[in-house]
Design a protein around this ligand. Structure first.
Ligand SMILES: Cc1cc2nc3c(=O)[nH]c(=O)nc-3n(C[C@H](O)[C@H](O)[C@H](O)COP(=O)(O)OP(=O)(O)OC[C@H]3O[C@@H](n4cnc5c(N)ncnc54)[C@H](O)[C@@H]3O)c2cc1C
Length: 418
């Protein structure tokens, strides 16, 4: 790594202006400036995929590229800007992270996708609920990119109704023994640790007999099997636990208090997906290509109506995401805005599907080789996955109905036991 003169001594709090200069010096010494985004119909790649179709070798190569950048930026003081200093963070306010993100977006740096779940959901939960030794052992390594984390929540019969999960953990001296199966675990194929929620007391009501743990994904008895998606790739997995031993100090929170731990993770998950509406289909290449496709078929009154509708909804969704993210950046807890953000994202994906189906017709399902046509099929095929991941559309509607509109709660079964 090249060093820079403007690096602030550790332990001192730079002003925002000093920090900006330090970050700019680091970025300009270590990354190439991104040319201004200009999307031109028929030029370059026409990919608008939501889920990448990669071989395991390509996945590993991407992981190593992401890791190399993560390590470099962490070692220069930009890998965990807001984190507590005792665990490897820089201890600076959220506004400094916003400054860095905005500067970094002007440079060509590898995508940090492989670290998204670990840093977006698992690490904040470890920080909030893990023992001191686990925080010390894992947080710095996670933010530096030495290790990757995954989220082991869903099971074959427990997704939306997460509290009904069956994977069990039984105490054995200073250890716990885990048996059961998780499913849809994104990134488990290259993860080093996972956050798992297990049933530790089946006699308690279902939300009360759960406990969270950090589990070593390389431990004996952990088996990861990839699941192939209809978009081609296999980015998520089934994970089997067969007598997997976890030390007691790897507990997250207290025994039988796992529901609180899970909620910490789920709030961060919704913040990540809900707030990403702008990133996935907001003011980016997909948006530009849609608008250009709209102008190509502007003589068709139905297409014209659809593209105007899309423009309005995508802009509204973008500004809603920005408002929600501003709340998070200001240190406030993500609330039902995140559910609104996620639902408007998936509604817009469906609007895009309707529009491209109308204007492209058969070219959407048979590859004619024509630029900007068949490529939209991958967006259509990826949309159901986004509608389900991180809480389905129906679950988001329940949250909005109950917490935003004040509608009566859903009826619950009389006996809330598993
Ligand atoms: C791309 C992707 C990545 C994922 N990554 C992970 C991961 O890394 N880790 C992890 O643990 N899980 C992951 N998941 C799993 C995801 O969290 C679950 O799929 C999701 O919570 C839904 O659960 P389910 O699939 O069991 O569907 P179910 O809960 O069985 O739902 C089936 C249908 O019933 C509807 N439904 C369920 N409950 C209600 C209700 N109360 N009211 C109205 N309708 C209802 C749903 O909306 C849905 O249409 C991922 C999923 C996807 C698609």
């Amino acid at each position: 790594m090249q060093t820079t003169d403007s690096r602030i001594e550790p332990g001192t709090l730079p002003t925002e202006e000093q920090f900006r200069e330090e970050a700019l010096a680091f970025l300009s010494a270590n990354a190439e400036k991104r040319p201004p985004d200009k999307v031109e119909w028929g030029v370059g790649s026409d990919s608008v995929e939501l889920f990448a179709d990669k071989t395991p070798e390509q996945e590993l190569e991407d992981l190593e590229n992401s890791r190399a950048w993560r390590m470099k930026s962490f070692d220069a003081g930009f890998g965990w800007i807001t984190g507590p200093t005792q665990y490897g963070g820089r201890g600076l306010p959220n506004s400094y992270q916003a400054i860095y993100n905005s500067l970094e977006s002007n440079y060509k740096v590898p995508s940090q996708g492989p670290f998204g779940i670990g840093l977006g959901m698992v690490a904040p939960t470890i920080l909030a609920h893990a023992t001191e030794s686990v925080k010390t052992k894992y947080l710095r390594s996670m933010y530096r990119g030495d290790i990757v984390g995954c989220q082991l929540f869903s099971e074959p019969s427990s997704g939306s109704d997460l509290a009904s999960l069956q994977t069990k953990a039984e105490r054995d001296g200073d250890e716990w023994i885990i048996n059961g199966q998780k499913v849809w675990t994104s990134g488990a194929q290259f993860s080093d640790i996972g956050e798992i929620i297990c049933r530790t007391d089946p006699t308690l009501p279902k939300h009360k007999g759960l406990t969270g743990f950090v589990v070593d994904m390389k431990a004996p008895g952990v088996e990861v099997r990839p699941l192939r998606q209809m978009t081609g790739g296999a980015s998520f997995n089934e994970v089997f636990f067969n007598n997997v031993r976890v030390p007691n100090e790897y507990l997250l929170g207290d025994v039988n208090q796992g529901w609180t731990v899970a909620l910490t993770t789920l709030m961060n998950e919704r913040a990540a997906i809900g707030g990403s509406g702008a990133g996935i289909i907001g003011v980016n290449k997909t948006f530009e290509l849609l608008m250009q496709l709209g102008s190509i078929c502007s003589q068709d009154p139905i297409a014209r109506q659809q593209i105007a509708d899309l423009y309005i909804h995508m802009k509204a969704s973008h500004f809603t995401s920005m408002r929600a993210m501003a709340k998070v950046k200001a240190g406030q807890l993500p609330g039902p805005e995140m559910s609104l953000g996620k639902l408007s994202l998936t509604n817009n994906l469906q609007r895009i599907g309707n529009f491209v189906s109308h204007v492209l017709g058969p070219k959407l399902i048979a590859d004619t080789g024509e630029w900007g046509t068949y490529s939209w099929a991958s967006l259509l095929l990826g949309t159901p996955g986004i509608r389900v991941a991180g809480g389905t559309d129906e679950v988001m509607k329940n949250i909005i109905g109950e917490r935003v509109l004040g509608l009566p709660k859903e009826p619950k079964p009389a006996v809330d036991r598993i």
